[in-house]
Design a protein around this ligand. Structure first.
Ligand SMILES: CC(C)(COP(=O)(O)OP(=O)(O)OC[C@H]1O[C@@H](n2cnc3c(N)ncnc32)[C@H](O)[C@@H]1OP(=O)(O)O)[C@@H](O)C(=O)NCCC(=O)NCCS
Length: 185
C-alpha cells in the first residue's frame, strides 16, 4: 500500500466535498454520535457498536478511539458534517494490506436518502487515491442492500463475495461483498 502521507497532518486533515465537511471529531460531537448510534439499522450493520450504546461509549469513541486513530496515523476517522450539523461518521483506515485503505461510513437516521453516504465515500476514496493508494476498498454485508447501492453510487465495483469474514455481536459469522475502487476507475 503506497499512500504518501509525508505532507499530511492527519490530526487536523479535513476533506471537503460539494456539500460535506469530513473533519476530525471534537468533544461537542458526543451527543450527536450517541443519538445516531441508537438507530437499529446502525446497530444491525456495525457490529463494533456496543448495544446498549451509552453516552460514555460515544465519549470514548469521539475523544479517545477516533482521535487516537489519527494521532497514531492508523487512519482518517471523520465526523461527516453538512450545514454545520453532524450527519454521520466514517473513515479511511490504513491497515488494509494488499487491498489498500478500507473505507467505512454511517449516516444518522435523520439525514439519510440525501446522497450523503455516497458523497462521503466518494470523497474519502478520492482522498486516498489522490495520495497514491493504487486502490481503496470496503466490505458490505451481503444483506445490506442500502450500503451496496451506496458503494456503487460512490464509484466502487463489486469484486466478489468474501465468505464468513464478518463477525456479528453474537459470535456468528457472515459473508460480505468486497467493493474496490482503483485510481483509474
Ligand atoms: C447505508 C447508509 C450509509 C446509506 O446512507 P444514505 O446517506 O442514506 O445513502 P445515499 O443517500 O448516499 O444513497 C446512496 C444509494 O443508496 C440507496 N439507498 C440508500 N438507502 C437505501 C435503502 N434503505 N434501501 C435501498 N436503497 C438505499 C440510494 O437510493 C442510493 O442509490 P442510487 O444511487 O441508486 O440512487 C445508511 O442507510 C446507514 O448509515 N445505514 C446503517 C449503517 C450502515 O449500514 N453502514 C454501512 C456499513 S457497510
Amino acid at each position: 500500500m503506497t499512500l504518501d502521507l509525508s505532507a499530511v497532518d492527519l490530526r487536523t486533515e479535513v476533506v471537503g466535498t460539494e456539500r460535506l465537511v469530513l473533519r476530525p471529531f471534537r468533544p461537542a460531537d458526543v451527543d450527536a454520535v450517541h443519538r445516531a448510534s441508537q438507530d437499529p439499522e446502525t446497530q444491525r450493520w456495525i457490529s463494533g457498536i456496543t448495544v446498549p450504546y451509552t453516552r460514555e461509549d460515544a465519549r470514548t469513541f469521539v475523544e479517545d478511539v477516533a482521535t487516537r486513530e489519527r494521532e497514531d496515523r492508523l487512519g482518517l476517522s471523520v465526523a461527516i458534517e453538512a450545514g454545520g450539523e453532524l450527519v454521520g461518521t466514517g473513515g479511511l483506515y490504513l491497515r488494509g494490506g494488499r487491498l489498500g485503505p478500507e473505507i467505512g461510513y454511517t449516516i444518522a437516521p435523520w439525514a439519510r436518502r440525501q446522497g450523503y453516504a455516497a458523497e462521503a465515500a466518494h470523497g474519502l476514496a478520492d482522498w486516498g487515491l489522490g495520495l497514491g493508494a493504487p486502490r481503496v476498498h470496503l466490505f458490505v454485508d451481503v444483506r445490506n442492500t442500502a450500503s451496496q447501492a451506496t458503494a456503487v453510487r460512490a464509484g466502487f465495483t463489486a469484486e466478489g463475495t468474501v465468505r464468513a469474514c464478518l463477525e456479528y455481536r453474537d459470535g456468528s459469522r457472515g459473508d460480505a461483498v468486497l467493493f474496490g475502487r482503483l485510481a483509474g476507475d
